[in-house]
Design a protein around this ligand. Structure first.
Ligand code: B16
Ligand code: MG
Length: 219
């Protein structure tokens, strides 16, 4: 493995910290079924990490001229309503395995930790999970102009932490997020389906492995 000095770890939110990726899927599925638009889990993979409106455009890519911009915006707003409804009972039980134990450990080892999420709901989700004071910085969909695969969210997180991009690790479950991390010059760690993505530099199968990756990189 290449050697780097790592000072900070930037985590994606949906699908890395918390299982809200499944809630996103169910909200899009409900909308698509109501509209009679074909939608399955395979298409859902392409929605990971990208903004709400970009998701609408992916879902409608085989019928680009059927819906007006206003109708598309309405679909995005409806999906968000379904999504927020489904988050009603969200609590720490939705945290992905290993998160609760590993985050304090990384902080204890001296790493800066941040969230770099495309979601505009990130603040509310972190609050429900009791993680609103855990990360040193949170950069989300409200802070950026371009969503992943654009590197903006991760570059802003590194800047907020005061850490150079090459000293950051990004942990991501989406290919768009891995592309964004590489474009930012950061070290890209992939979980879930991003474990086997060609641009992922290390794939991990459990969250606890992040501490080991940092130690190995720091030599
Ligand atoms: P919202 P992440 C992303 O979050 C999700 O992966 C993606 O599926 C979603 O469309 C995007 O946030 C926007 O979310 O509609 O809540 O603003 O994975 O970057 O944490
Ligand atoms: Mg994600």
């Amino acid at each position: 493995m290449e050697k780097r000095v790592i000072d900070a770890i930037i985590f994606d939110l949906d699908g890395v910290i918390v299982s809200t990726d499944e809630y996103h899927y169910k909200a899009w599925k409900r909308l698509a079924d109501e509209e009679g638009i074909p939608f399955d889990r395979e298409m859902n993979h392409r929605l990971r990490g990208v903004s709400r409106m970009a998701c609408v455009n992916i879902i409608l890519e085989k019928m680009p001229d059927i819906y007006t911009l206003a109708e598309k915006e309405n679909m995005a707003e409806r999906k968000n309503r379904y999504y927020i409804e489904s988050l009603g009972n969200l609590n720490e039980q939705a945290l992905l395995p290993g998160v609760q134990e590993t985050l304090p450990l990384l902080k204890k080892e001296g790493y800066q930790i941040a969230i770099g999420s495309s979601s505009k709901n990130a603040g509310m989700i972190l609050e429900k999970l009791g993680l609103d004071h855990t990360f040193h910085k949170v950069v989300d969909g409200n802070d950026i102009t371009f969503s992943k695969p654009n590197p903006e969210v991760f570059l802003k997180a590194a800047d907020a932490l005061g850490v150079r991009p090459e000293r950051c690790i990004v942990v991501e479950d989406s290919t768009a997020g891995i592309d964004a991390a590489r474009c930012a010059g950061m070290f890209a760690v992939g979980t879930a389906e991003a474990q086997i993505y060609e641009k992922t530099q290390i794939g991990i199968s459990s969250f606890e492995q992040i501490a080991g990756v940092c130690r190995r990189l720091n030599g």
